[in-house]
Design a protein around this ligand. Structure first.
Ligand SMILES: CC(C)(COP(=O)(O)OP(=O)(O)OC[C@H]1O[C@@H](n2cnc3c(N)ncnc32)[C@H](O)[C@@H]1OP(=O)(O)O)[C@@H](O)C(=O)NCCC(=O)NCCS
Length: 174
């Protein structure tokens, strides 16, 4: 598990093809990697990217948003999705966040089972949220307090600095 870098762009875009729609562009990934208040985590095995998780941070709040999660079809069922979420949660907590929230398609039982298993609760529904008109469920989890959370993240303490460009630009989680 490590942070994504510019040289991962092609592999990240290949993973995007696992989504039926609402895909991130190369430009969006560049922004996420370089400037956005975001963490892009990847799982790498023998030089191949098997999955990624993207977390967005929002100025003035202690809430993080798990914006995207994907595991390559050939690598599913091995616990990688779960590990990516656990990793993302730990780092969000270390950055001072108390809550993680996310949206997920209501017709995605695999992802819903994963999140339920990690303690996420359904807190709402957004009708017609996705490009194809599918509904999203809104999920939320209170994060365990990080011990000695010095917020050693890419951009420093998220919840107090910088404009919230990421949230505006990346409206749709998957
Ligand atoms: C959802 C996704 C990330 C799961 O990744 P994964 O690495 O296969 O998941 P894990 O192996 O960590 O599974 C963890 C738990 O999630 C649940 N789960 C995952 N996939 C499942 C499926 N297809 N059906 C039912 N439960 C599933 C299970 O509870 C599983 O625990 P178990 O193996 O002990 O039963 C992956 O299927 C994926 O990338 N799908 C396409 C993109 C997507 O839907 N992303 C989520 C958007 S919010």
């Amino acid at each position: 598990m490590r942070r994504a870098r510019e040289s991962d762009l092609t592999a990240l875009l290949a993973l995007e093809r696992e989504f039926p729609g609402d895909r991130l562009s190369r430009r969006s990934f560049r922004h996420l990697l370089a400037r956005a208040k975001a963490d892009v985590w990847v799982c790498e095995e023998k030089g191949a990217l098997l999955g990624n998780a993207i977390v967005l941070y929002r100025r003035g709040t202690r809430t993080a948003r798990l914006y995207s999660l994907v595991v390559a079809a050939s690598a599913r069922g091995r616990g990688i999705g779960q590990s990516l979420v656990a990793h993302a949660e730990r780092h969000a907590a270390a950055a001072g966040c108390e809550v993680m929230h996310l949206e997920v398609r209501s017709d995605n039982p695999g992802a819903l089972a994963l999140y339920a298993g990690r303690g996420y609760a359904v807190v709402g529904r957004a009708h017609g949220y996705y490009e194809d008109g599918a509904d999203a469920l809104r999920l939320k989890k209170r994060l365990a307090r990080a011990l000695g959370s010095a917020a050693s993240t890419k951009h420093g303490p998220r919840y107090s600095t910088g404009p919230n460009a990421g949230e505006r630009r990346y409206a749709h989680s998957r």
